[in-house]
Design a binder for this molecule. Structure first.
Ligand SMILES: [Zn+2]
Length: 148
């Protein structure tokens, strides 16, 4: 079951308040449209209806895919929970991510049937090589796999 709450958001541009619908949990099987919005990177888009200001409003969320047996906790604050998993979710793959891009990446990795630890190692190797040739921060995200 997906869970939705509403919060008042004050627009940082015009100061007006409006309601924001936030999904604190998403079940990919029951709400494929929410999965689609996460993969399109539009799930956390917010637009002020008073002045048109747009922003990404990432908030804590649990994403659950029963078919592929995984659960991902999005924690934009980076806070770590010491909570122990209940028996109903003990058999699931469980991961914690810090931003919507990492959430999307984990979904794509698990839906492709890949080992996310192996993907992280490959990404790290690629980023190490790329950093030698470029200045600044380099981030890599898995996006798709093919037979080749
Ligand atoms: Zn505004």
């Amino acid at each position: 079951m997906s869970t939705k709450i509403q919060k008042d958001i004050v627009c940082p541009a015009c100061g007006q308040t409006q309601k924001l619908e936030m999904y604190t949990s998403v079940n990919a099987e029951e709400n494929p449209e929410l999965r689609r919005d996460i993969l399109r990177e539009s799930m956390f888009d917010w637009e002020c209806r008073h002045c048109g200001y747009t922003a990404q409003m990432a908030y804590p969320m649990i994403y659950h895919d029963p078919m592929n047996a995984f659960m991902i906790c999005l924690r934009p604050s980076g806070a770590v929970s010491g909570a122990e998993p209940i028996p109903a979710v003990r058999a699931l793959k469980k991961r914690s991510v810090k931003n919507p891009q990492e959430l999307k990446e984990k979904i794509l990795i698990f839906e492709a049937g890949l080992d996310d630890a192996a993907v992280e190692l490959v990404k790290n190797a690629i980023v190490t090589v790329v950093r030698k040739n470029l200045d600044g921060n380099v981030h890599a995200y898995f996006c798709a796999a093919t037979e080749e």
